[in-house]
Write a protein that binds this ligand. Sequence first.
Ligand code: ZN
Length: 224
Amino acid sequence: MMSSSQVIVPPRLESQKSAGHIQVIFGPMFSGKTTELIRRLKRYQIANYKCLIIKYAKDDRYSKEGIATHDRNTLPAIPSEKLSDLKHEAEQYDVIGIDEGQFFPDVVSFSDQMADRGKIVIIAALDGTFQRKGFGDVLQLVPIAESVIKLSAVCMKCNNEGHFTRRKTQETSVEVIGGTDKYLAVCRACFQSPIKQSPNKTNSTPSMKPIPSDKANRKLFTVS
Ligand SMILES: [Zn+2]
């Protein structure tokens, strides 16, 4: 029995601060990190959480209006090169998705601060460069995160699981924009093998199918 004088505090408000946490989605290129990020955000959005995606400003995958979801809601997508510029904006949301997290120099401090303020922060990021070195500061998310997963792609040379990103070209500039024209997802063995020869195939061309041009040039990679 409840007396009429009792104040019912909605559970979400009461537990808002303790609900804050960090989820990290790692993986090589072509492993579906952004798809997984959006899946998780939509899941929260359906439960009426206010969700935001922060995308890297030089990545043109999202329209300025954000991402339309099946229920005709929109996930707002804000482009930025620095996360701390969006602190004020992010305050208005319950769940903050960060795509291409490896490109943001302040991804660790921003994510930690937002989680401390009760936000659910979900970061999709490359864990390693095309040389399999840690990408920027992004690995420092691991000890401060509640959840970390590494997705795999399909190796584009032998069709086994692919856990690494390999650059096909000799380019050494700081940022190289490209999709399957410049990068491969590869397994351990194919990471080491000569780029032009596929071990399981008789032809010398990597077993790649062309992808639509709107997706072909959307990726960025930075030399560490
Ligand atoms: Zn392979």
